[in-house]
Write a protein that binds this ligand. Structure first.
Ligand SMILES: Nc1ncnc2c1ncn2[C@@H]1O[C@H](COP(=O)(O)OP(=O)(O)OP(=O)(O)O)[C@@H](O)[C@H]1O
Ligand SMILES: [Mg+2]
Length: 397
């Protein structure tokens, strides 16, 4: 009996010890699993962060493994190096990018484990030529990251800025020189008759007005560069804006013997934008149509709802028209087909660039169709303000 008791106690103790040992082992295994899961989660978060960084980066980035096979690339690299659209992970870098300088740099980077840097001119002499600055950074395990910086974009921007400053200076200098000339003439001749003096003073007033317009156009443009600057919390009715612009410009149409045809919808078309910005857009387009249409021509304004989402304004004229090349450039700052004629008509060449920047700032689109000697159609589309949501029965209570 005692022996049986001792034996069963021993068995029980052994089972308990075994159970205890396996519980400890299970806990340890669970703990290890939890740690592994945490590190996998941390890794995937890191990978996600890197992936987001890679795809958002403006520099091109290509990761190459120790065998020289592409492990990852971002959209900018695919764009700059003109890589095919399909997934090219696992492809040899030599087969994808035909830049011998890059292949040599990657070899050096792998063999010496040192960063490499070089400049590259691609498609030299072509209009789409690019100047690239390329860096290869070694990775642990003999892989490498290739960073490609497209410097042509910055150079293009710098050249645009230089042109802009030159244009502004020129446009300011012309009226200033004229004003200086008129003032000196009046000062040099104390005996000048009153009618002649008045004529000179009128010219001075005209040129001063030109300077004021130019400076206010430049201020408008710089404000438009600031994203969403002209969004307004209160929606504005575009039908009223067009009616006001027509009323203001009708005297010019009558003076030039031009017919104005206005087609407006019966209902309001609301846009979430500053009234003054919309007035300027409509005013610029109508003003151009009137300026560049000879006597007895017709200017038609058509405002429609494109199906609930956007409004479309078309300004059609039977004027001098624009060639294909000019149609591509009219929205550029200071671009004028006939500089002398535009200046004589009091233009600064900023009207359409203000239209373009305003429309883009409001999330819209614009364009032009034209034929020389036949006429032009300028159009814009702007997103309509969403009507306030109908109150639900609960909210109404
Ligand atoms: N309806 C049109 N028909 C023919 N040419 C046009 C028309 N609208 C614009 N253009 C051409 O595009 C150029 C640029 O137009 P934009 O409105 O930017 O400047 P502008 O009218 O010369 O001056 P601003 O608008 O600053 O008073 C004009 O100089 C003209 O050559
Ligand atoms: Mg204009």
């Amino acid at each position: 009996m005692t022996t049986a008791l001792i034996a069963s106690t021993f068995l029980l103790a052994a089972a308990a010890w075994g159970w205890h040992r396996s519980a400890v082992a299970r806990r340890a295994a669970l703990e290890a699993l939890r740690e592994r899961a945490e590190s996998v989660a941390a890794c995937s978060a890191e990978v996600e962060r890197l992936r987001a960084g890679l795809s958002g980066a403006s520099d091109g980035l290509i990761v190459v493994d120790e065998r020289g096979l592409v492990a990852a690339s971002n959209p900018a690299a695919r764009d700059i190096a003109n890589l095919p659209d399909q997934d090219h992970r696992g492809a040899r870098i030599e087969d994808l990018v035909a830049w011998p300088k890059l292949h040599a740099a990657l070899r050096r980077c792998r063999d010496d484990h040192t960063p490499q840097k070089f400049e590259l001119e691609i498609d030299e002499g072509e209009p789409h030529a690019r100047r690239l600055s390329v860096r290869c950074q070694p990775l642990p395990g003999r892989g490498a990251v290739v960073g490609i910086d497209d410097q042509s974009r910055i150079r293009r921007l710098e050249s645009l800025r230089r042109d802009f400053v030159a244009n502004v200076s020129h446009e300011l200098k012309t009226p200033l020189t004229a004003i200086q000339g008129f003032v000196e003439t009046v000062l040099d001749d104390p005996e000048m008759s009153t009618p002649t003096r008045t004529r000179f003073l009128e010219r001075i007033a005209q040129q001063t007005q030109r300077l004021t317009t130019l400076v206010s156009d430049l201020l408008t443009l710089s404000r438009l560069d600031d994203d969403k600057a002209i969004m307004s919390p209160e929606p504005v009715d575009m039908v009223t804006v067009i009616q006001d612009a027509v009323r203001d410009l009708m005297p010019i149409a009558e003076r030039e013997d031009l017919e104005m045809v206005v087609e407006l919808p019966d209902q309001q078309l609301l846009v979430r934008a500053e009234q003054e910005a919309l007035r300027q857009v409509a005013g610029n387009l109508i003003d151009n149509a009137l300026k560049y249409t000879p006597e007895r021509g017709v200017v038609t304004l058509r405002l429609t709802n494109t199906g609930g989402e956007a409004l479309r304004l078309e300004v059609v004229d039977t004027g001098i028209g624009l060639s294909k090349e000019d149609q591509e450039r009219v929205f550029e700052r200071f671009y004028r087909v006939d500089r002398a004629r535009s200046r004589q008509l009091g233009g600064t060449g900023l009207g359409l660039s203000i239209v373009k920047n305003t429309v883009l700032n409001l999330g819209g689109e614009m364009g032009v169709k034209s034929e020389v000697g036949v006429g032009s159609l300028f159009w814009i589309q702007l997103p309509l303000a969403q009507p306030p949501a109908e109150p639900t029965p609960d909210a109404a209570r």
